[in-house]
Design a protein around this ligand. Structure first.
Ligand code: DGY
Length: 349
């Protein structure tokens, strides 16, 4: 005989911290909480097994949600809540088909990722990797101060070179926050390319330019972003539409003194093309928080071997404050959907 579980099941694929887990555990009289107990991704088998009969899945970017998993989960599944702003690990069409809600965590990580974007622009431009290696490897004594030792292009405008153009691939919240951070550096212009399906917004761009005291913000084609920008920030979602958008053609059009920053999704940048661009000096440097194929990026990866490539292991949102906010939002999204109330951040499809 089948026994029905009176408490809807919430599956959580990772412990999301001491500030947040109590929000779930205090609901144990209403919900059954099933938590992957280890400090590593839960793995497909565990998720397939435990999703069965779940009403909510609280997941991370490391968990893939596809048709097979949703079929196994069953028709009682109300919500998938990802503790991330990106959701390419979730098959949104399959969710929509089944009327399952998707929660995500926009806004709360905007500032943290914008901060890292600026950090990467500075580090890549100012040759931080090569310069730090000299110290860390005990080679500083071989490098007396010299007029042009470890010189790179200056991010901030100077009297002799007063024009600075920021380029963006994707012009959403994080791009806006990154642009705002560039104002004190004396940036004067902004160009951006965004998805062909998004409507042009010239009035909004003019208002933003005025607010930021920029001479102009213009939506342009990819070639123009490449050729005009002193720094190109890749801050667009991943997925089939943006795969390898930054390729050899784009990189060849960039200025030799310009820097490429990717704090969006790894696959947007063709790694081999970027390695070639760095090796052959088509661009000055690159700062990456994400790389196609991550986390399987070993020391022999072509980009890791490039001294002008600063790479971080996808830590854009990794501040103590932001990760707590993301986790709380992920839980509150799930609980709201289960209660049938408005989710604080629902991604509608
Ligand atoms: C996201 O939220 O999508 C980030 O990439 C992980 O913080």
């Amino acid at each position: 005989m089948q026994t029905s579980n009176p408490r809807p099941k919430i599956v959580v694929t990772r412990d999301i911290g001491p500030a947040t887990m109590p929000l779930l555990f205090e609901k144990q009289s209403s919900y059954e909480i099933v938590l992957w107990p280890e400090d590593r991704p839960c793995g497909r088998e565990w998720l397939l097994e435990n999703a069965k009969g779940a009403a909510a899945l609280i997941i991370l970017v490391t968990d893939k949600i596809d048709a097979k998993l949703l079929d196994i989960a069953g028709p009682q599944l109300v919500v998938v809540s990802t503790v991330s702003v990106g959701y390419e690990h979730v098959d949104v069409k399959e969710l929509a088909k089944r009327n399952i809600k998707l929660g995500y965590t926009p806004d709360v990580l905007t500032d943290a990722v914008a901060d890292v974007s600026i950090m990467l622009a500075l580090m890549a431009g100012r040759l931080a990797r090569e310069a730090m290696a000299v110290v860390n490897e005990g080679r500083w004594p071989n490098f007396n101060w010299a007029p042009f030792l470890f010189c790179g292009p200056q991010l901030s405008a100077t009297k002799s070179s007063p024009k600075r153009t920021a380029g963006f691939i994707g012009f959403g919240r994080i791009a806006h926050a990154t642009l705002a951070r560039l104002i004190p550096f004396g940036f004067t212009h902004c160009v951006y390319a965004s998805s062909p399906s998004s409507k042009p917004t010239p009035e909004r761009d003019d208002i933003l330019a005025k607010d930021l005291r920029l001479q102009s913000i213009q939506r342009v084609d990819l070639d123009t972003v490449a050729s005009e920008s002193d720094v190109v920030f890749v801050l667009t979602p991943g997925g089939a539409q943006t795969k390898d958008l930054i390729n050899e053609t784009f990189l060849r059009k960039m200025k030799k003194t310009s820097v490429l920053v990717n704090a969006g999704r790894g696959p947007v940048v063709d790694s081999d093309a970027l390695a070639k661009a760095l090796k052959e000096g088509w661009i000055w440097g690159a700062g990456l928080d994400v790389v196609a194929g991550e986390p399987k990026i070993y020391a022999d990866h072509p980009l890791v071997k490039e001294p002008r490539c600063v790479i971080l292991p996808h830590i854009g949102s990794a501040t103590l404050e932001t990760r707590v906010d993301m986790a709380n939002l992920g839980v509150n999204n799930a609980l709201a959907a289960l209660a049938g109330t408005e989710m604080p951040a629902e991604r509608r499809m």
